[in-house]
Structure formats: structure tokens, C-alpha cells
Design a binder for this molecule. Structure first.
Ligand code: BGC
Length: 747
């Protein structure tokens, strides 16, 4: 930072403190030569409010901008290259709209399907989240616009989000909840990180020195600005001391004065204020170096990109008897979402789109020359006659060759700011589907929702299901493309669809109680949980069908210094071109720590013509095989034989092989607290210990007399207790000698 300290030369403590909070809801202050900057949401479009002066809550109208698929949909592409291109487009729109920092991506883990904000997050899996998040940051920042990775950290529920403490152990934090943040910070160097509202193990994120300084800066090397989530700061001077640089939004100077008072009266080190000010000054300077002369963006090109992304995001969940793709024919399109699509979530990320594709019209244009009818089928207003609407839809379905029924959740049923209490689709949606299927066996369901919904009732009724989650403004066109096979579906679920809410990992620990959320399921989140408990699911993580078929063969694994190269051949064995998301999962039977039966370690995309064979290479980084060792506070790759399975979903694994990986597990020294069992489990230590203990061990005791396996029983005794148990045969001095000998033999 010293290189940049000249930026604040000559500024008083008061001016430095003032740099650290907003001038308005979306802007920082211009002080001296340091310019102001504008930050705004994010993440799937630019929400640039024009009338900011009259709006202190940030909820007023915004300028039109492309609404790309929100994270819930975008993640289903499993496509970092595509996400990066969207990032570039978002960067261009930001420049055109005068935005210097775009508030995204959201890389929190989808811990529980009820979290109201899951639509803004990518996945239940940290690696998928990490790769997509980093791609987003690379894209946006390539246009000279800063990203703000959020919400740091462990913000996995909306309920009581401004107070509740996420109580979570270190291993779980590192392996699940911090992992994507770490990856994005290290790989993509975001200009800013946004700290969350909640507490982590009792300490507010904004005041959490361990999080904001020890981990984020000292360990990961973050050199940007930590900005608060809007209104997340309770005690600004405590936050500044912990590592917060910029409090948003404006506080009318009140907290700036508090920081000055903390320096003059309460011993706050002025150097921390200067450091924060320097970082904000650097951000502002850097942001203002961007060539911001472009005053417009190519809305047509961005709409086409949004359509391409939405097409890749659609997941074909089910397709009995190859009902899809449809040939142009007489269709009954049913459901209000066919005319007024649900394509984004509610809250701070809500974008005013440049245009919206209407699914019904897009379908009609691809079925040109055939009769395509629209019936709402559902009441959306209290004045509507629900029975009559349903009867009309059923009649239309019976008369058509195929029915396409749009179902899902409305924006108000899930949103930022509150969680859902259940994961059911509305009853009238299921009733409508049942009535339609009763007269029309050729029925396709198209789903729209931000969080996961229970799909067993839909899967029981409908022969074909397309799941778009949320597809953004071009979703209507993309759905039509997939229905008619213009696009061969290749989206994959980024979140498991459970059979029942009660089966999910955090079911009993969600949301918080008395201000605390226990992360009692630990690392067993999402498919890690369902697999470890061997629970059936309706659709597994990674699932998604295609109109063609892919074969997997010739898997080879090669260990190298960076990790394991996974190579295999994927063949398009069907009759259409298609895109396959090839997924690699690892397992380590016999690991010294509890592990899920398998976890995602990499994936690759193969786009193949019919009959084409392709050698896919998936690099698996050592870090993705490691676990967080709480004894040593570091990542450890265990030595051992890892099993790697590759397939089309977490439960459709086609080829597997094993590979010996040399670990970096160093011997943790034994102490008096180590147990006999631990010592005996180590071959080198066991040899030394056996010799010493044989000479001094309790004589004449046999397990048979007690009906026990004596060795197993004594295995849990800490060595230091042997001093007493041995009746004087082993002294403390001898024990210390033994430990020294054992530790020396192992080092
Ligand atoms: C949200 C952030 C958002 C900010 C500014 C907060 O309420 O949690 O994600 O960036 O508001 O709108």
C-alpha cells in the first residue's frame, strides 16, 4: 500500500475518515484530488438509478439495462467462458451508464433451499461457484469496472440477516463457505469485497478482524477495498480497526465524526484510518482511469448474448419417449408465465430490462403455420374465475397436439429480505397440470423459480420437463429454441432437487434461533449430504438431459505437481450436435477425516457433432483434493489412492479409475495428550513405542478376563495417563523421552 499513500498526502484525519463512507446511496465522496465513484447493483444487470437524489433507499426506477440470467439460471450453464463474456457485457453497460463498481458476483453457498436469495447465488457446490464467480469478475474488470464479491461471508439466509450469527466450525468454513471467496480473490483480484450483514461465530462480518484482515488480506493477499453491505456497519471505528475501508451508503457524516473521535479520544490508531483512506483513494483513482467515453452499449448484441446464455441454462429434467424436441404443430400454451414471464428475482438485483421476450410469441413464431393458442389456466386476480380459466386451458390442451404448461413461483413468493417456509409449487399450479395431463398425454412443463422447488408432483405427472430457474430477459426466446430443438439443451442442475424438504442437510438448523444459526451439518451441504446419507433425490446435482446421447470411455488419470490430469474420451453417439458438461468427482476411501462419498473436482464442456469423439481433459488441482486440517490450520492433501469418477451428473457416473497421490501431510508431533491408539497407528512411532512400552507396561493383565479387546480399549488412553496407570513403571521423564524418540524417528 505504501506506493499509494501519496494519494492521501495532506489530508486531515477528518478528510481521511470522510473518504471511508458514502456521499449518497450509491456514490463515494470527492475529496481533494480524489474523485468520487459510483457503485451499483449487480449482479446480473446494471441497476443504475437515475433519480438518486430523490431516493434515499435505492429502490426507485433505474435505467434500462440488459437483464442477463440471474445466478440461479446462469449457473446451470456450468460455463465459465460464457459467464466471462457476460461479465464483459456487464462491464460495457456499466461504463455506458457511468458505473465504476458493479456489486457482484454473489458467491454464497446455497445451504438450504429456503433461503430467499438463492436465486442470486450460483450453487450448493463451492468449486462450481468459485469458477463461475471468478469468470464474472474477470469479465467485468476487463472493461475497467470494479467487481464486488459478496456477501463475505457465511450469509446463507435472509431471516434476521442483519443480526444472526452463523456458527460454523473452521473446517466447514474453509472447505465450503470461504472457498469460492478465496478462489475468486486469488485468481481474479476483485477490486472490492463486500462484507455481509451477519455475524460469523458471534462477530459481525464488518468488525471481524480475522475475516477481513487475517484471512482476506494476510492469507489470500487481497489488496482492494472492503466495502460494507449497505447498512452492515454497527460500529464504524471497530469496523475500520478490523479492516473495513468503505462504509456504504452515506451516513450524513455521523460515522466519519465517530472515527475521528475514536482517534482523538479512544486510542484508535490513525494509521488504520489512513490505510483505509488510501485504499479507497486507490480504488477511486483506478476507476477513473477507465476510458468512460462510451455513452451507449449494443443492446441488440447483449440481448442475443442473454438469449444464448438462457439457452444454455435450460435444463431438460425429463423427456419420456423423446417427446421433445417438438415439431412445429398445433400447440396449447398454458399459464400466465407464458405471457408475463418470471425471469428475475426481487430486491436489490432487480433490473429494468431493455426488452423482454414473451415465451408465447416466441413459441408461436417457431411454430409458424400451425395453430398456437394461449390460455392463462390460473387465476392471477381475485376477480378471475379460476374454474373457468382452468376449463378453458384443459379444452385447449385437448384440442392441440401438445400442451406446453408454464409453472413456477411468482417474484413475491421468494425474494431478498425473507426466506421461504416451504419449497412447494402453488397448489393451483399442480391442479392445473393434473387436469391438463388427464386430457393431453403430450404435455411439457416449463418451470420458472429462483429457489429449488419440490418437483416430485410434477415429475409424476408430466412426461417432459424443462427447468429454466430464472432466465433473464431473453428467456422466452431461449425456451422456444429448446422446445423446438433449435438449441439442444445442455444445462445442468447446480443444486439438488430433494424428494422432501425434510431430507435436506440444514432442515433442522434453518433459519436462526435466538440470533444463532448452527451449521451442524458441517461440510455435508447439498449432494455431499444426500450422498453421505444415501438419500433418494428427485433430480441429482449436475443432472440434465440432451436430445443426443454421449458415451464416456478411456479414462486415464495422471498425477503431476499441480494435481491430477483427468483425460477421457467423450463420443456423441446420437444424431444431433450437442454440448455435454463432463463432470469429475473425487473420493478418498479411508480418509483420516470425514469426507463425502464424492465431491466435484472439475468439469469441462464438450461440444460435439453426431458421431464425433473428443478427448476431454479436466485438470484437478491439488487444492481441490485437500481438506482443511484444524490441528495445523492449513490445507492438507492426504497421501492415498483417490478414486475419480467422471459422468453426466453426481449420480450418473460412467467411468472411474484410481490414482495414487503423494500427500503433503507432515507429521503432527505427538504430545502427552496423544493417545496410545494414535501412536500405534503410525508405523514408525509404533515401532519405537512398542519397544519402550513392552519393557514398562502393566504386567499380567489380559483382556480375556474383562471380556474386552484390551488393545482397542486402551487405545483411547492419552499417553500422559500411562504414568499413573503403569503404577510407577513409566515415569513422566521416561514418557518425555519416549515422545522425543518417537517424534525424532518420524521427522
Ligand atoms: C444487498 C446487497 C446490495 C446492496 C445495495 C443490500 O441490501 O444485500 O447485495 O448490493 O443492498 O443495493
Amino acid at each position: 500500500m505504501s506506493d499509494y499513500s501519496t494519494l492521501i498526502a495532506g489530508l486531515s484525519v477528518a478528510q481521511q475518515a470522510a473518504l471511508g463512507s458514502g456521499a449518497s446511496f450509491w456514490t463515494t465522496k470527492a475529496i481533494g484530488t480524489i474523485p468520487a465513484i459510483l457503485l451499483t447493483d449487480g449482479p446480473h444487470g446494471v441497476r443504475r438509478q437515475s433519480g438518486a437524489a430523490g431516493d434515499h433507499l435505492g429502490i426507485g426506477a433505474s435505467e434500462p439495462a440488459t437483464c442477463f440470467p440471474p445466478a440461479a439460471g446462469l449457473s446451470q450453464t456450468w460455463d465459465p467462458e460464457l459467464v466471462q463474456r457476460i461479465g464483459v457485457a456487464l462491464g460495457e453497460e456499466s461504463v455506458a451508464l457511468g458505473v465504476q463498481v458493479l456489486l457482484g458476483p454473489g458467491v454464497n453457498i446455497k445451504r438450504d433451499p429456503r433461503c430467499g436469495r438463492n436465486f442470486e447465488y450460483y450453487s450448493e457446490d463451492p468449486l462450481l461457484t468459485a469458477l463461475l464467480g471468478a469468470a464474472w469478475v474477470h469479465g467485468v474488470q476487463s472493461r475497467g469496472v470494479g467487481a464486488s464479491v459478496k456477501h463475505f461471508a457465511v450469509n446463507n439466509a435472509e431471516h434476521d440477516r442483519m443480526r444472526a450469527s452463523s456458527d460454523v466450525d473452521d473446517r466447514t468454513l474453509r472447505e465450503i463457505y470461504l472457498r469460492a471467496f478465496e478462489y475468486v480473490v486469488r485468481e481474479a483480484q476483485p477490486w472490492t469485497v463486500m462484507c455481509s450483514y451477519n455475524r460469523i461465530n458471534g462477530v459481525y462480518a464488518a468488525e471481524n478482524r480475522w475475516l477481513l484482515t487475517t484471512v482476506l488480506r494476510d492469507e489470500w493477499g487481497f489488496d482492494g477495498v472492503v466495502v460494507s453491505d449497505w447498512g452492515a456497519v454497527r460500529d464504524r471505528s471497530a469496523a475500520v480497526a478490523a479492516g473495513l475501508d468503505l462504509e456504504m451508503p452515506a451516513t450524513g457524516g455521523v460515522t466519519d465524526a465517530d472515527v475521528v473521535a475514536a482517534v482523538t479520544e479512544r486510542g484508535l490508531d490513525p494509521a488504520v484510518v489512513a490505510r483505509a483512506a488510501t485504499r479507497v483513494a486507490r480504488l477511486a483513482t483506478r476507476a477513473n482511469e477507465t476510458d468512460a467515453t462510451a455513452r451507449s452499449f449494443d443492446a441488440d448484441a447483449h440481448h442475443r448474448l442473454a438469449r444464448e446464455a438462457a439457452g444454455r441454462a435450460v435444463v431438460l429434467l425429463k423427456n419420456e419417449n423423446d417427446l421433445l424436441p417438438l415439431a412445429p404443430s398445433a400447440l396449447a400454451v398454458i399459464g400466465p408465465f407464458a405471457q408475463a414471464p418470471r425471469y428475475q428475482g426481487g430486491g436489490s438485483s432487480h433490473v429494468k430490462p431493455t426488452r423482454v421476450d414473451i415465451p408465447f410469441e416466441e413459441i408461436r413464431s417457431l411454430a409458424a403455420g400451425h395453430q398456437v393458442t394461449y390460455s392463462p389456466g390460473l387465476a392471477t386476480d381475485s376477480a378471475d374465475d379460476a374454474e373457468a380459466l382452468r376449463a378453458d386451458a384443459v379444452r385447449a390442451a385437448a384440442e392441440a397436439e401438445t400442451a406446453v404448461v408454464f409453472l413456477g413461483l411468482t417474484a413475491e413468493q421468494e425474494s431478498e429480505g425473507y426466506d421461504r417456509e416451504h419449497i412447494e409449487l402453488p397448489t393451483d399450479h399442480i391442479d392445473l397440470l393434473r387436469a391438463v395431463v388427464a386430457v393431453q398425454p403430450r404435455t411439457v412443463v416449463v418451470l420458472a423459480h429462483g429457489g429449488v422447488v419440490r418437483l416430485a408432483p410434477v415429475a409424476d405427472l408430466a412426461p417432459a420437463i424443462l427447468d429454466g430457474a430464472l432466465l433473464g430477459q431473453a428467456g422466452g426466446g431461449a425456451v422456444a429454441d429448446v422446445l423446438f430443438g433449435v438449441v439442444n439443451p445442455s444445462g445442468r442442475l447446480a443444486e439438488t432437487v430433494p424428494v422432501r424438504l425434510e431430507d435436506t442437510a440444514a432442515f433442522l438448523n434453518f433459519p436462526s434461533e435466538n440470533g444463532h444459526t448452527s451449521y451442524g451439518e458441517r461440510i455435508f451441504v447439498g449432494y455431499r449430504w444426500f450422498d453421505a446419507r444415501d438419500l433418494p433425490v428427485t433430480f441429482p446435482f449436475g443432472h440434465g438431459l440432451s436430445y443426443t446421447r454421449f458415451d464416456y470411455s478411456d479414462l486415464e488419470l495422471v498425477e503431476g505437481p499441480e494435481g491430477v490430469t483427468t483425460r477421457l474420451v467423450v463420443t456423441n453417439a446420437g444424431t444431433r450436435a450437442g454440448r455435454e458438461v463432463v463432470q469429475a468427482y473425487a473420493a478418498l476411501p479411508g480418509s483420516r477425516v470425514s469426507r463425502p462419498p464424492r465431491w466435484l473436482v472439475g468439469f469441462a464442456i464438450a461440444t460435439l457433432q453426431p458421431g464425433e469423439r473428443y478427448t476431454v481433459e479436466i485438470p484437478v488441482r491439488r487444492k481441490d483434493l485437500a481438506y482443511w486440517d484444524v490441528r495445523q490450520d492449513r490445507w492438507v492433501v492426504e497421501s492415498g489412492e483417490y478414486a475419480v469418477s467422471v459422468g453426466a451428473s453426481s449420480r450418473d457416473l460412467r467411468v472411474d479409475a484410481t490414482v495414487m497421490v503423494g500427500g503433503d501431510d507432515t507429521a503432527v508431533p505427538f504430545t502427552g495428550e496423544s493417545t496410545l491408539g494414535e501412536v500405534m497407528a503410525d508405523p514408525v512411532a509404533a515401532e519405537v513405542a512398542t519397544a519402550v512400552l513392552a519393557a514398562a507396561g502393566p504386567a499380567g493383565v489380559s483382556g480375556t478376563a474383562l471380556g474386552v479387546d484390551l488393545l482397542r480399549m486402551v487405545a483411547s488412553i492419552p499417553l500422559e495417563r500411562m504414568v499413573g496407570f503403569s503404577g510407577g513403571r513409566i515415569t513422566r521423564a521416561q514418557l518425555d523421552e519416549l515422545l522425543a524418540a518417537v517424534n525424532a524417528a518420524r521427522s
